[in-house]
Design a protein around this ligand. Structure first.
Ligand SMILES: Cc1cc2nc3c(=O)[nH]c(=O)nc-3n(C[C@H](O)[C@H](O)[C@H](O)COP(=O)(O)O)c2cc1C
Length: 201
């Protein structure tokens, strides 16, 4: 079922363009986004994109509303230590959560259930409530620690969706590689999309 609300967490791995494109697609589908970023996520996003998120959650919300030219009602922003925010509780958990990109640090914290910031707590809640949890882990090469954490989380029901685009459709722009991955995330969320050609069609 198409989600009404998605928790979107951005951590400090490379790949903020995926976050922004996924955010945009959710908004275009009138899906509410509960956004949380780690501090490294903000730093990497500022290096990789033209979105320089700064200040309080309220200020970040204003920046995001402007960036996406979005309906403010569709965007909520929570700080990393906002333990009173909806994603921190199983009683108001969103329909799905995506950690995109997911750093190896956050992957490890989620794998051990440390809940030491709102991103890790929200992922812990998604796991315990058996909601859709999609992790987009970015590192290369992966160490055995990374692989073991991914295997553990996969066995707990999380979808491990590394940003490994295929090239078999013929790629001429970076945005097509971004869309390839975002299309796979949207498919997992059961959000209709035609971002990327489908094999056999
Ligand atoms: C430019 C830059 C790129 C980074 N890329 C990655 C990456 O691709 N994968 C990763 O696991 N960590 C990466 N890091 C390191 C993480 O940001 C760092 O481990 C951080 O503690 C992760 O914290 P977070 O999960 O709370 O965001 C990068 C850091 C910087 C500054």
């Amino acid at each position: 079922m198409t989600p009404k609300t998605v928790t979107l967490a951005m951590t400090g791995a490379s790949g903020a363009e995926y976050t922004l494109r996924l955010f945009e697609c959710c908004l275009q589908n009138n899906i509410r986004v509960q956004f949380i970023t780690s501090q490294p996520g903000q730093i990497v996003a500022a290096m990789e994109t033209r979105l320089k998120l700064t200040g309080s959650p309220q200020k970040m919300k204003q920046q995001l509303v402007k960036y996406f030219d979005a309906d403010p009602a569709l965007i909520s922003v929570y700080s990393r230590d906002q333990w009173t925010a909806p994603p921190a509780s199983g009683s108001s958990v969103a329909d799905a959560m995506v950690v995109c990109p997911c750093s190896m640090g956050s992957l490890a914290s989620i794998a051990i259930g440390s809940s030491d910031n709102l991103i890790h707590r929200a992922a812990d809640v998604a796991i315990k409530e058996r909601k859709t949890l999609i992790l987009v882990p970015r590192e290369t090469p992966f160490s055995s620690i990374h692989l073991e954490n991914m295997l553990k989380l996969s066995r707990l029901g999380a979808v491990i969706l590394p940003p490994n685009p295929g090239f078999y459709h013929g790629v001429s722009k970076v945005s097509e590689l971004v869309d390839f991955i975002v299309a796979r995330i949207l498919d997992q969320l059961e959000i209709d999309n035609d971002l990327s050609p489908r094999w056999g069609q």
